[in-house]
Design a protein around this ligand. Structure first.
Ligand SMILES: *Cc1c(COP(=O)(O)O)cnc(C)c1O
Length: 292
């Protein structure tokens, strides 16, 4: 099992041609952005480590992927959250459900500030230097593909949370990396870049509107369904919907396009299960009533 070398496919969306790096297909259990970021821990030996400790939200993709990593490595996994919604406890779904099945010990409390020697602490969302190890491999896969296909003028697009992935991709790629901020605003993203590197930052494209991470937006649901319809690929509702809104607008505004675009599909599809429930409850309710 190598957990690398995802395929690249060509699609059309709104009459534009894109290539998609299918990191959502890396592996059945361990895929997407967090599989790349945590690859360092998967590949190396940590003879002293017995337990991983992390924190974040009870629905996070990082939480799920850490649970899988710990299962593979036979490590214990303590995950700290502020709060678990009671409906989630009663009806476990998505990342929460599967992380628990992989053996996560979830704790509603503050993260401890002191750790034992055999405990490995991983900060929220995997915004860590070690992430560069797996992202360099991703960059090398892209370089090899571009060379084999004689693509010289390429731009790589991916939506950002902490920006760790976009930043390291820019570090290892000879192509421009373009991103948009999905979690904080553009200033937050700039700051995140500065935490990890001094220069050579990805290009951040501006949004028309302010969005709050995790909130429901009709246009997110609509572009998600439109993408599925036109490309037959399921994208994530938290990052990709906003990513595609930004990228589609960026491309439509170009006078003439003289480069190819590679979109990185960063997985996260387990998180869609609960998001779909929330969306269909919010936006289909009225239509159902009208039909009755
Ligand atoms: C974590 C994640 C991101 C954001 O990655 P960053 O490196 O934090 O910018 C984007 N998409 C998906 C599906 C993710 O799980």
């Amino acid at each position: 099992m190598n957990y690398t070398n995802s395929p690249i496919e060509q699609i059309n969306f709104n009459n534009q041609k894109y290539f998609i790096k299918r990191d959502d297909l890396l592996h059945k259990d361990f895929s997407g952005n967090k599989a790349r970021k945590f690859y360092y821990f998967l590949k190396n030996d940590f003879l002293n480590i017995k337990k991983v400790i992390s924190f974040g939200s009870a629905q996070s993709n990082a939480m799920y992927s850490l649970a899988v990593l710990c299962k593979i490595k036979a490590w214990k996994f303590d995950y700290y959250v502020d709060h678990i919604a009671s409906y989630l406890k009663e009806n476990p779904v998505g990342n929460y459900k599967y992380a628990k099945e992989f053996g996560m010990n979830i704790i509603e409390d503050k993260v401890p500030n002191k750790f034992e020697e055999e405990e490995l602490f991983i900060s929220e969302g995997g915004a860590i230097k070690e992430a560069s190890f797996g992202i360099e491999i991703l960059a090398n896969e892209i370089k090899t593909w571009a060379k084999e296909n004689q693509i010289k003028n390429l731009k790589v697009f991916l939506p950002s949370g902490t920006g760790t992935t976009a930043l390291y991709l820019q570090k290892f790629l000879p192509f421009e990396v373009i991103t948009c901020s999905c979690v904080g605003d553009d200033e937050y993203l700039q700051k995140q870049f500065l935490e990890l590197e001094k220069n050579n930052f990805p290009t951040i494209i501006k949004k028309d509107k302010k969005y709050h991470f995790g909130k429901l937006y009709k246009e997110f649901y609509e572009i998600h369904k439109e993408l599925l319809n036109q490309t037959k690929i399921e994208f994530d509702l938290l990052y990709d919907s906003l990513g595609w809104i930004c990228l589609d607008k960026y491309v439509q505004n170009l006078q003439n396009r003289d480069f190819e675009i590679l979109y990185i599909h960063q997985g996260g599809l387990l998180g869609n299960i609960s998001m779909e429930e929330r969306y269909s409850f919010k936006f289909n309710k009225k239509e159902e009533k009208r039909l009755c």
